[in-house]
Design a protein around this ligand. Structure first.
Ligand SMILES: Cc1ncc(COP(=O)(O)O)c(C=O)c1O
Length: 479
């Protein structure tokens, strides 16, 4: 029988183990910067990048890696990308400005903003930053800006409409790839309506994490590149966006057990493992459970570089994809957000209260809101680290739900019931690991006029040094 407390043991990098082993250091951070606090370290950022580079090198594939900045707002990552030699994918004017301020070569900046208004496109033109176009209105606006300045700009075109296993993959983004050749031929040529746009490459980003769908999309992008070449349009790169899986969990067996136990827990007479039997997206009809939990796949054996490797060794007409990329002299670009941030950040919060609800659950109030640990996944499925002020000699486990600052009934930091080794005290700390990718920033808000969490960067020399993100950048510490 699976236990009623399925564990989800996170992978914890040595810098996090080191930092969290000293409770007084974290207490000091909370005292100084408030709760919660987001703490970053850049070691893994470079290591993650190098994993991609080594894999591309193994296959001799010309490549560029762009960090999808939307996944974390800290400027330190932009400066680090510049230092380590990779690029940044931007989605707003401020993100673009940070890249230029960090001294990134414009060729190492991409613009995939969903809305590209006059300000964004003008800034791109004035700073020679190539942009990825999504629709004809953007082409028109960019042409107008370029005509006013008598300039040209390198552009890529985002495409959609890939066929996979006989069905079209839907995306609201991009040009229909079936219509793009005619559009480019008639508009980008000399004296065409958009003759100031210099075609350079193709771009796609698929939602979800299917390797096979990406093989299909890349194959069809290669076909499109060949077709365009016949009409004098050379594709210099194909950018396959992000969505590269990462792995958060130590044991695959725990992941399997969690899902089994979740399903069982929804049946009558079984104990809850989520708040009031929250199904996390599963559907219960009569006594049957249907569907899948709507959660990020936190356990993945094929992740990061191995995920991209599977795609480029995927077959197209009897040859691996990387062979076609080389044959056509096309650079492969990727825009990882989450997977470049693996093991780059933690979120630490302070216990404010303990209480029982009317049904007997133990609530632990944390000085943080659920929007400071939030993503599209129905729950963040990793056991947090518990850092008590005083560690009791004897373990006396208790089951708790963490609740936060917003005045909503559904204000649970984690929907999953968590087991702590001892009864928590006010002032104890809870550390959520691996939160740098999306979790800490993507949905954070200042509702109730509560200050946003401070973002720190820590670095170990002979002891841990702490910087605020903005200080770290100006101190030019990134090496
Ligand atoms: C165009 C584009 N590129 C890159 C990414 C980053 O994806 P991930 O963080 O899953 O790697 C996204 C995410 O939404 C995206 O829309």
């Amino acid at each position: 029988m699976p236990s009623t407390h399925p564990k989800l043991t996170p992978i914890v990098h040595s810098w996090i183990k080191d930092l969290t082993s000293d409770g007084s250091f974290l207490q000091h951070c909370i005292e100084q910067y408030g709760s919660p606090v987001n703490i970053h370290n850049l070691i893994s950022f470079e290591q993650n990048y190098l994993r991609f580079k080594r894999m591309f090198h193994k296959y001799g594939v010309s490549n560029k890696v762009f960090f999808a900045r939307k996944a974390n707002k800290c400027k330190s990552f932009v400066y680090a990308a510049k230092e380590y030699g990779f690029g940044v994918d931007t989605t707003s004017l401020n993100e673009m400005k940070d890249c230029i301020a960090a001294g990134l070569d414009p060729e190492k900046i991409t613009v995939t903003a969903a809305i590209k208004n006059m300000a964004i496109l003008t800034y791109a033109v004035d700073n020679h930053i190539p942009v990825t176009l999504d629709n004809e209105d953007e082409c028109q606006l960019l042409q107008q800006i370029l005509e006013e300045r008598d300039l040209t700009l390198a552009v890529g075109f985002r495409i959609t409409g890939f066929v996979h296993k006989g069905e079209k993959l839907y995306s609201r983004f991009g040009f229909d790839l079936a219509k793009l050749p005619v559009f480019l031929r008639s508009n980008l040529k000399e004296a065409g309506s958009y003759d100031r746009l210099l075609f350079r490459g193709l771009h796609f980003h698929l939602s979800g994490y299917s390797i096979d769908q990406r093989i299909s999309a890349l194959s069809q992008s290669l076909d499109l590149a060949e077709q365009l070449l016949k009409h004098g349009l050379k594709t210099t790169y194909i950018d396959m966006g992000g969505g590269i899986l990462m792995n958060y969990l130590k044991h695959g067996s725990e992941w399997v057990e969690f899902h089994e136990t979740l399903k069982n827990s929804l049946l009558p007479h079984n104990d809850e493992i989520t708040f009031r039997k929250d199904p996390l997206g599963l559907v219960k009809i009569d006594k049957q459970i249907y569907g899948e939990a709507n959660v990020y796949p936190y356990y993945n054996e094929v992740n990061q570089d191995k995920f991209v490797e599977k795609i480029i060794i995927g077959q197209k007409e009897g040859f691996p994809i990387y062979h076609h990329l080389k044959r056509l002299q096309i650079e492969l670009r990727i825009e990882p957000g989450r997977s470049l941030l693996e093991q780059c950040g933690i979120t630490v919060a302070k216990v404010a209260f303990r209480k029982r609800d009317i049904e007997g659950r133990l609530f632990v109030g944390l000085e943080m809101s659920r929007m400071q640990l939030f993503s599209s996944s129905a729950d963040f499925l990793l056991d947090p680290l518990f850092i008590p002020i005083e560690k009791k000699q004897e373990e006396n486990p208790c089951e708790v739900y963490f609740v936060g600052t917003y005045c909503l009934e559904q204000e649970l930091i984690l929907k999953r019931k968590i087991q702590l080794p001892q009864f928590p005290q006010i002032g104890d700390l809870v550390c959520f690991v691996n939160t740098a990718g999306y979790m800490m920033h993507f949905y954070e808000s200042e509702a109730h006029l509560i200050d946003l969490a401070k973002n720190l960067v820590v670095e170990k020399t002979h002891r841990w040094e702490v910087y605020e993100d903005s200080e770290y950048v100006t101190a030019e510490n990134v090496r």
